[in-house]
Design a protein around this ligand. Structure first.
Ligand code: SF4
Ligand code: SF4
Length: 82
């Protein structure tokens, strides 16, 4: 899963781009729900939020490093739950 650092300028452009509705406005800046972030696996070849973010503040979350297989499994569970 990815996360948003405090370099975020609250520009609002990433939130509507997320195919998993993982991005939300937190108390101060935008945040990513790691349980919903598949790093866009299953939807797109590249993370859409990273592509669009103007300040490049969305790295991989160090405590939630996942393999492509794990991300694909998360995608399957998210779509099965819909
Ligand atoms: Fe959403 Fe994809 Fe960004 Fe994860 S990487 S927060 S799934 S847009
Ligand atoms: Fe913050 Fe980047 Fe999202 Fe803009 S695109 S709200 S700067 S994380």
């Amino acid at each position: 899963a990815l996360w948003i650092t405090d370099d975020c300028i609250n520009c609002d452009v990433c939130e509507p781009e997320c195919p998993n509705e993982a991005i939300f406005m937190g108390p101060e800046i935008y945040e990513i729900n790691p349980d919903r972030c598949t790093e866009c696996v299953g939807h797109f070849d590249t993370p859409q939020c990273v592509q669009i973010c103007p300040v490049n503040c969305i790295p991989v979350r160090p405590d939630r490093v996942e393999s492509k297989d794990q991300l694909m499994e998360k995608y399957r569970q998210l779509t099965a739950a819909q």
